[in-house]
Design a protein around this ligand. Structure first.
Ligand code: ADE
Length: 225
């Protein structure tokens, strides 16, 4: 999979996407991430990317031409499955959408800044608008990092058996069960007996029960979906 990210702050993305599982996915050639600094497409001597909004009001708006030039330059080289705009007024990001996007070949992600982008860019190019939650970030970069991380780890071959995504919270609309490692007794708190029993079928049954209980207590809404 190839992901092209258009941003005014590539530095905000290079670190979160350049470590651990995301770096390994890229080293293995399973994921290509290309960061495009919108400033390189800016207008005039000052490489302008934003301007005052028509009708007045505080806050700058990202201009059409730099974004349009960047997107069209990319589209001239390959076809894209989706052109995604990160924005608090998009659809809320969920595991199901991460699963769906992890099967795509080429994605563009546009990170918004300031007051947002000129509406005509959204109308002409954007095929999907995604929010990572009902709160406002100062830009789309951290949201894009969340999106790419959650998609990237689902690409076949990125995770090994041990880290398999199959047992993640949300993958079956259930929260993950509690987990334990050594020592067997920590300050008077013991590891549940069943986990030491070696009885794999019973352990799986216990884990499922714990998942159900935890989901009922913390996120009953998931059981209704
Ligand atoms: N940009 C600013 N806030 C955002 C959010 N919650 N989700 C996605 N992009 C954003």
């Amino acid at each position: 999979m190839r992901i092209d990210i258009i941003t005014v702050l590539p530095e905000l993305l290079s670190s979160p996407l350049g470590h651990s599982i995301m770096q390994r996915a890229q080293d293995k050639g399973l994921l290509e991430i290309h960061l495009h600094n919108l400033r390189d497409y800016g207008l005039g001597k000052h490489k302008q990317v934003d301007d005052y909004q028509y009708g007045g009001g505080a806050g700058m708006v990202m201009m059409c031409e730099p974004i349009s030039n960047c997107i069209e330059g990319l589209q001239a080289q390959r076809a894209y499955d989706e052109i995604i705009f990160m924005t608090p007024d998009g659809q809320t990001f969920k595991q199901g959408l991460a699963n769906h996007l992890s099967l795509k070949d080429n994605l563009i992600i546009l990170c918004g800044h300031y007051k947002g982008v000129d509406e005509r860019i959204r109308k002409k190019y954007i095929t999907m608008e995604i929010s990572i939650g009902d709160y406002v970030l100062s830009g789309g970069e951290l949201a894009a990092a969340v999106l790419v991380d959650s998609i990237g780890r689902l690409i076949p071959g990125v995770l090994n058996d041990e880290t398999s995504a199959l047992f993640d919270s949300f993958q079956d609309q259930l929260l993950a069960p509690p987990v334990y490692t050594r020592p067997e007794n920590f300050e008077g708190m013991s590891v549940p007996e069943i986990l030491l029993s070696g009885h794999q079928a019973k352990i799986e049954e216990w884990r499922h029960t714990m998942s159900m209980n935890r989901t009922r207590e913390r996120r009953p809404d998931l059981l209704e979906e």
